[in-house]
Design a protein around this ligand. Sequence first.
Ligand code: GTP
Length: 604
Amino acid sequence: TAPERLRNFCIIAHIDHGKSTLADRMLQITGIVDARAMRAQYLDRMDIERERGITIKSQAVRMPWTPQTSTAPGRVGQAYALNMIDTPGHVDFTYEVSRSLAACEGAVLLVDAAQGIEAQTLANLYLAMENDLAIVPVLNKIDLPAAQPERYAEELAGLVGGDPADVLRVSGKTGVGVEALLDRIVDVVPAPVGDPDAPARAMIFDSVYDTYRGVVTYVRVVDGVLRPRERIAMMSTRAQHDLLEIGVSSPEPTPSEGLGVGEVGYLITGVKDVRQSRVGDTVTSASKPASEPVGAYEDPKPMVFSGLFPIDGSDYPLLRDALDKLKLNDAALAYEPETSVALGFGFRCGFLGLLHLEITRDRLEREFGLDLISTAPSVVYEVTLDDGREVTVTNPSEYPSGKVSEVREPVVKATVLTPADYIGTVMELCQQRRGELQGMDYLSEDRVEMRYRLPMAEIVFDFFDALKSRTRGYASFDYDVDGDQAADLVKVDILLQGEQVDAFSAIVHKDKAYAYGVMMASKLRELIPRQQFEVPVQAAIGARVIARETVRAIRKDVLAKCYGGDITRKRKLLEKQKEGKKRMKMVGRVEVPQEAFIAALSTD
Ligand code: GTP
């Protein structure tokens, strides 16, 4: 298709504002999925398929469209091809989102007509603006009785510029207004521009592992043409592959004879690992390579680390295999073996953010049947020692023991959107989390955008939940990583009878060290069964003890309950006690059931 007849767009929205439903409706209205085959969330079927090990995720769908109401001359009645590119919705995947946006010329900014603008609406809009995309503001769910299109059209127009009357009103559910939206996309989104005679360059905006076809790579061609059977090269690694198949998803994969300027499609090379086909990299022809990549390529960088341990130690090999499998489809997942006194053998894993951690853990449990315990998430600290050495710490128990001159922690730029009534509440929360207010804007009379700089460590844990509960669910929140800064941080250790329990070490702000120590010590005092001797539970910073609890001694006599001389019964009890012991971990002389560690680490 000639570039003049192509339009590449994405839909950006806050979660639950109806992106998937609208996408479904577009597939149906453009006729590429017929009404009978149409199931709810056609594009979302991916998840189910992934669970069954077959992946045909359509990250980009090509739809034919012939506008009927275009205002520009010469467009009505002409055949266009619209590429709808899906974007991952969450900040953890900002880099992936920005690559998807870079593959488009326009974005449909979708806002729920009963909710108005939310934090993710803004975060995504800012990313779209950084990528110079044309914005098509749209109010969705106008069929809802609670919809307030007038009010939110004004809010939306105020945000992106333009007249409230030009904000489209649609319902993804009933289909009202969706045809007009498709026409508007043809009018507002610019056609792609590129040099058809230049060496081929295509940007990878997603790659997924498919059990049957190997890695399927989604690309947007910028210059030149990519053809099947030619040899291609990845510009960041110089690795070369044979192009086995190239095509478009419509929405089923359809092989084609080549992809030209501005076209969006998939390619298959037979590689088995998404790391060989990374988001952000540029594909070029091996025989006639381009000299410059499309954009700077960034390696995915884990921001949050956590130890994952199988509750049943014999599941360790299973966990390793499962991580290897997930890695095939997730270039950002990092892991290496870790051994813990308290939890045994496991892996130290790195994630893009907390959601990435949760998704991964959930998949390990659901898809691989593993029972896991994860240690408290930790961010990455840069520690400078007095002798000038620099150490990167991703695991608190590996915090250097030498004299520390400076510790740096990552910080984020956060956006909180809240009804004006809760400004005070939000400020209080952010202050407790060591946040610095950077600015505040009223989006309308009663809705405020607050911008904060916050240490990442303060939000990875429970910030979102705290914000939601304090604002009765009305505030929304989004963040973006923003470098690092020095802070007054210390490492708190937890000791049982003088022995350090690695899984409980934490790096915390000096002002919060005492509270953390007291909390952990009292939790453990309750969880650790009495031993035949007294067990002190201490929290310490270096050699200085900051909190102490004691588990009192008891002589546990299992036979006390046995009256009379029934020897078999006694034997049974002794057997039982022995079995119980197997799941005990020894910390020095202290026997601790693994359940106690697990309970102490669980957050709820
Ligand atoms: P993903 O993030 O991709 O999962 O999509 P989403 O969260 O943006 O929204 P989704 O399409 O899953 O819709 C969220 C909820 O809103 C669902 O319960 C939909 O049924 C509902 N919904 C979506 N569009 C409309 C609409 O136009 N009208 C009404 N009444 N409900 C809608």
